[in-house]
Design a binder for this molecule. Structure first.
Ligand code: HAM
Length: 435
């Protein structure tokens, strides 16, 4: 039997990698502009990091974690299902907040044992941002502005709707929870099996149910916004008015509760209806008590994570095409040409003219015609041709494969040397041409 990848864990193939690079490069540019710094945590953590961080009574901790005992010493370990708990563990352990707030980001694979389907995988990738030590609603808005900026540059902003809600603080949530339990107990006959389980443990999650038979009941349920006191209301109002000032449209969605326990006050999701059932491409919110509950000094925080697979699918659907990479294919025939071809490939690669994404040198002993076919198949933008005649005349030809235009250059044009301004000029002419 042929060996297979694990279900829900996907290879990323060479023909698709440019989508990932497009996302990563665009995101990195935005992150730098917004003053975020990268952090990297291990993929494996002690299980407790996630149990204490995400909450015992959540889908992730109850049934989706890849956990195991280390065969050598019996320690309980878990493949990270998300990044926030691990980031907070790292921030506390390394005293990163000792000199004030930090704006951090991470990117990488996460693991959840879910039923695989379109947009829902067992290994998936997230870009996460954690803004730690900032209590003001301005920090919440800046995160939203970051996402709107990034989604615009990725060409998908118009395919997404921002949903926001406030979950209040713990006292307000307690009162809301009590009202929810009373309400659902009075309607217990209408609850499905999942909701009956959640009734005592985490009634807020009943609001998350997708069961069509329960939607009416959920619609009438007590709303958290009716339980918010002055401070939480002020925070939410300021959040909304700053979004208004920035012209960022949103829906206040009372049913938005999020699947992780650490949230309070602001929560949000960016949702599309173009990806079927898994339409949430980004989610986050405030988690002002998590750092303290995981053993750190009390510090407010807010963050988000986006699912990169879902975003890439949306980019493809939205027909946005990243600029094609420039690809230069060097064709050669004869021993002298091969040796010179190596040399010019290396000159082009090492020059700082920003013209080349890839320089591919054909090293096979094939006819120039066969090599040209390969260049075309690779969708190269230019072919540099070195045949016997060129070698005798110390020239080479550069052919633009999109319009067929061909120009001949002298070998000396390529022999740039930092001591000689004229040579650099000659090389820059070639690079301009290749641009
Ligand atoms: P989350 O909502 O669990 O939040 O995940 C964030 C995003 O990851 C989702 O909106 C979705 O796009 C993607 N995602 C989640 N599960 C899967 C899956 N099985 N397959 C594909 N994509 C998936 C968090 O993880 C929080 N840590 C976000 C956060 C950061 N909150 C504060 N800071």
């Amino acid at each position: 039997m042929t060996l297979q990848a694990i279900k829900g864990m996907n290879d990323i193939l060479p023909q698709d990698i440019h989508w990932w690079h497009f996302f990563e490069q665009t995101a990195k540019e935005c992150l730098t502009q917004f003053g975020y710094h990268e952090m990297r945590t291990p993929i494996l953590e002690y299980t407790d990091v996630f149990v204490r961080g995400i909450g015992q009574v959540t889908d992730i901790v109850e049934k989706e974690m890849y956990s195991f005992s280390d065969a050598l010493n019996g320690e309980h370990l878990t493949l990270r299902p998300e990044g926030t708990a691990a980031a907070v563990r790292c921030v506390i352990q390394n005293h990163l907040l000792h000199d004030g707030g930090k704006k951090l980001w991470y990117c990488g694979p996460m693991f959840r044992h879910e039923r695989p389907q379109r947009g829902r995988y067992r290994q998936f990738h997230q870009l996460g941002l954690e803004c730690l030590g900032f209590a003001h609603a301005q920090a919440d808005v800046e995160l939203i502005l970051f996402t709107a900026t990034l989604f615009k540059r990725l060409g998908i902003l118009n395919n997404l709707t921002l949903h926001i809600n406030s979950l209040g603080d713990s006292q307000e949530r307690q009162q809301h929870k009590k009202a929810l339990i009373d309400y659902f107990e009075n309607n217990i006959h209408a609850l499905d099996e999942d909701s009956l389980k959640r009734l005592k443990s985490n009634p807020l999650r009943i609001l998350d149910s997708k069961n069509p038979n329960m939607q009416n009941l959920i619609l009438q349920a007590p709303k958290i916004l009716d339980f918010l006191q002055d401070d939480s209301l002020k925070h939410f109002d300021l959040f909304k008015s700053l979004l208004d000032d920035l012209g960022i449209a949103y829906n206040v969605n009372n049913r938005l509760v999020r699947g992780l326990d650490y949230y309070n006050r602001t929560v949000f999701e960016w949702i599309t209806d173009e990806l079927g059932a898994q339409g949430t491409v980004c989610g986050g919110g405030r988690y002002d008590t998590l750092i303290e509950s995981m053993g750190g000094k009390p510090s407010p925080a807010v963050g988000l994570a986006m699912g990169i697979e879902r975003i890439l699918e949306l980019i493809k659907i939205s027909k946005y095409t990243p600029k094609p990479q420039k690809y230069i294919y060097i064709l050669q025939s004869g021993a002298a040409a091969l040796s010179f071809a190596f040399k010019i490939a290396q000159i082009l690669r090492s020059h700082h003219f920003n013209v080349l994404q890839h320089t591919h040198l054909s090293t096979e002993e094939q006819s120039l015609k066969a090599q040209m076919k390969k260049a075309v198949a690779l969708q190269a933008k230019y072919a540099i041709i070195l045949n016997d005649m060129h070698m005798q005349q110390a020239t080479l030809a550069i052919k633009n494969l999109s319009n067929g235009e061909e120009r001949v250059f002298k070998h000396t044009d390529f022999e740039a040397n930092n001591n000689n301004d004229n040579d650099i000029d000659a090389l820059s002419i070639i690079c301009d041409y290749l641009n």
